[in-house]
Write a protein that binds this ligand. Structure first.
Ligand code: GLV
Length: 326
């Protein structure tokens, strides 16, 4: 019997590719940039399984181009806003994601960004590199204290909670906004509050919600004006949750003090984007899960989801389990 045919939309760690190669005929897009759309539509034709990335748009047209034999889509990410779940449901295609394994790495990055913004690390580094540092400065690079500050976490899922744990170690007051109380929030003394209270009272606001219709542009002009003038905004979730031009105006006009973004809208930010003209912002290239160990684990999980789907078994991590109810 011939092996199932799998298309992997970009090179992922060998830890996952080797699992796939053992069971399937695997075609991997070898380039650094994502497949152009027209190429993707032709590459997926005849595939039994697709291993996609957050840079791939998985919609009805792509599923149609793959053909009726397509059994599974496995997304190499915890977020799946790039996948049209309704279109997958219509074709009874289970969609996998990679939760859990990237929680700690992403929370580490959120905390690193928070610290780097608070203490203006990148500005300070640029200052030294450009030979502007001449003496110890009693008033130079004064930043914000992290220890003992108030942190507002929007979206208390796995990653939000992992950040809260880190902040508890820094004796922070932890406010969070979530649809439901988090079952372990009391252990950290974290308080569930309205979004308005969180914005008004937090020294740091960190975004950890998924991107859905209700969270798109959640942080807009109005929200930014509710924050403290000294506040620092961190986003490691999805770029579209923050209105980029509203943030630009807020940083330029000192409506808030600083921002640190691992995700942006658009993504990547063009080099001439107004946000990149400001000193009071740090932007990193969507590296929340980018540790060697985490990316290996994500690759394994994504491969396991895909292989389960090829065999008609339930995916270990399925975002649309409703396909199994039919
Ligand atoms: C990364 O952003 C992910 O969703 O895994």
């Amino acid at each position: 019997m011939s092996k199932p045919h799998v298309v992997v939309m970009r090179r992922i760690p060998e830890a996952g590719l080797s699992l796939l190669r053992a069971a399937a005929d695997v075609r991997v897009w070898p380039e650094e940039m994502p497949m152009p759309r027209a190429t993707a539509l032709s590459w997926v034709a005849g595939a039994d399984g697709l291993l996609t990335l957050l840079t791939d748009r998985v919609d009805g047209a792509l599923l149609e181009a793959a053909g009726p034999q397509l059994k599974v889509v496995s997304n190499f990410a915890v977020g799946y806003d790039n996948v049209d779940i309704a279109a997958c449901n219509r074709r009874s295609i289970p969609v996998g994601n990679t939760p859990g394994v990237l929680t700690e790495a992403t929370a580490d990055l959120a905390f690193a960004l928070l610290m780097a913004a608070a203490r203006r690390l990148l500005e300070a580094d640029r200052f030294v590199r450009t030979a502007q540092w001449h003496t110890w400065m009693p008033l130079g690079f004064l930043g914000a204290a992290v220890h003992g500050s108030s942190i507002g976490i929007i979206g208390m899922g796995r990653i939000g909670y992992a950040l809260a744990r880190r902040c508890a170690g820094f004796d922070c007051r932890i406010l969070y906004h979530n649809r439901h109380p988090h079952p372990q929030a009391d252990r950290l003394g974290a308080e569930l509050v309205s979004l308005d209270t969180l914005l008004a009272q937090s020294d740091f606001v960190s975004v950890h919600t998924p991107l859905v219709a209700e969270t798109e542009r959640l942080i807009d002009d109005t929200a930014l004006h509710k924050m403290k003038r000294t506040a620092i905004l961190v986003n490691t979730a999805r770029g579209k949750i923050v209105d980029s031009m509203a943030l630009y105006r807020a940083l330029r006009d000192s409506v808030i003090a600083y921002a640190a973004l691992d995700v942006t809208n658009p993504e990547p930010l063009p080099a001439d984007h107004p946000l990149l003209t400001l000193d009071n912002i740090i932007v990193t290239p969507h590296i929340g899960s980018a540790t060697v160990a985490t990316r290996d684990q994500m690759a394994r999980l994504a491969a396991e989801n895909l292989l389960a789907g090829l065999c008609g078994e339930r995916l270990p991590f399925c975002v649309n389990p409703e396909v199994y109810d039919v």
